[in-house]
Design a protein around this ligand. Structure first.
Ligand SMILES: Nc1ncnc2c1ncn2[C@@H]1O[C@H](COP(=O)(O)OP(=O)(O)O)[C@@H](O)[C@H]1O
Ligand SMILES: [Mg+2]
Length: 357
């Protein structure tokens, strides 16, 4: 049985569902990333878990106990929010002590557990520092120490890194990941950043307009997106209108503009029926070639360096913008090129029904 279950959760505000039938099950010690654009219901889901909101329907069950209507404190969940909500007038150890004191921990025991929590987040020796004297990353670690000190059953994180600048964010992300793995606590992390969800989540749940679109390991979501929304949200890709002509050996033949491509189908989805379809293609699933038979004629319009390769943008004659990965000096801006599926493109090209969104 799962350790933490969200079972058909619904939460409406003024008749509109912010969370619309969300069911999820986490194993003990699992880290789940809840990923979705702004307004998709991530925070509301977390507030239902924490007990700050009571659902209109559905249940929250932890370790076999139905806590749907249990007071937040009695759930014994730890929380860290986007805005650290640390007390600026208290020092580091007083901040960490706060949650423990409200549980009645006093005296020596209190001191011992504060020290333990600070050691856990690598802030031993910072006890007497003022919050304002700490960097954003350190403040977020204090918030984590405060959440973890009472030894909660579940840890809830709502966009904990979004206030940090990009370099600090990556480092803090790794620190948080290592820390949570070490503690082994069951965790739900909310984020609108795909990178963050993929690096931190054992599994990622993609939310759109209060509904779960897909739940899976990061590589599964990337390789087999359930629909165009998930495919476009996790990872880069270009969306092109195509016509499916029919199946060929180990794949499917499509027409894109005036060109025909035979695509190997690696994804588990059934072959789309002949007719119009929407193709999502990852930049690494394409290559740049000479204009010629089987190559989609296009003009290079942009280049962005990404490490040892570059991400080129090319404009097809039909007006589609397509992203292709190639060596940085492969082509020049303005050059006429042909676009082909790369030899092992199968996992990076997905066909969806034209009405898929
Ligand atoms: N307290 C509230 N009252 C009314 N509407 C709310 C309230 N909280 C959230 N909503 C609405 O519910 C939807 C989901 O919000 P939220 O859970 O905050 O999304 P996310 O965290 O994914 O950005 C939004 O449309 C938001 O405006
Ligand atoms: Mg939110």
């Amino acid at each position: 049985m799962s350790f933490l279950a969200l079972d058909g959760l619904v939460k409406r505000y003024d008749g509109t569902a912010a969370v619309d039938g969300v069911s999820l099950a986490l194993e003990r010690g699992e880290m789940l990333a809840l990923l979705g654009p702004s307004g998709s219901g991530k925070t509301t889901t977390l507030r239902l878990l924490a007990g700050f909101e009571i659902p209109d329907a559905g249940r929250v069950v932890v370790d076999g106990e139905d806590v749907t209507r249990t007071e937040p404190v009695a759930r014994r969940f730890g929380m860290v929010f986007q805005h650290y909500a640390l007390f600026p007038h208290l020092d580091v150890s007083e901040n960490v002590a706060f949650g423990l004191e409200s549980l009645g921990v006093r005296g020596e025991e209190l001191g011992r557990r504060v020290a333990q929590a600070l050691a856990l987040v690598d802030l031993a020796g910072y006890e007497r520092r003022r919050i304002a004297q700490l960097s954003g990353g350190q403040q977020q670690r204090v918030a984590l120490a405060r959440a973890l000190a009472p030894e909660p059953r579940v840890l809830l994180l709502d966009e904990p890194l979004s206030n940090l600048d990009p370099t600090l964010r990556e480092r803090t992300r790794r620190e948080i990941r290592d820390l949570i793995r070490r503690v082994g606590i069951t965790t739900v992390l909310v984020t609108h950043e795909q990178d963050e969800a993929f690096e931190l989540g054992d599994r990622v749940a993609v939310l759109r307009q209060g509904r779960l679109e897909q739940v899976g390991a990061p590589d599964d979501l990337y390789a087999s997106p359930a629909n165009l929304f998930v495919g476009g949200f996790v990872g880069r890709g270009s969306t092109l209108p195509v016509t499916v002509l029919g199946t060929v050996e180990r794949g499917v033949r499509v027409r894109i503009d005036e060109v025909e491509w035979d695509l190997e189908r690696a994804s588990a989805q059934p072959a789309p029926p002949p007719g119009p379809a929407t193709m999502l293609v990852r930049p690494e699933a394409l290559r740049l070639a000479q204009a010629g038979p089987g190559a989609l004629p296009a003009t290079v319009t942009g280049r962005r360096f990404v490490g040892p390769s570059a991400l080129f943008t090319v404009l097809a004659e039909s007006g589609s913008l397509i992203e292709v990965v190639a060596p940085p000096r492969a082509v020049k801006i303005g050059e006429r090129v042909g676009v082909m599926p790369s030899r092992r493109a199968g996992g990076g090209i997905h066909l969806f029904p034209p009405e898929s969104r």
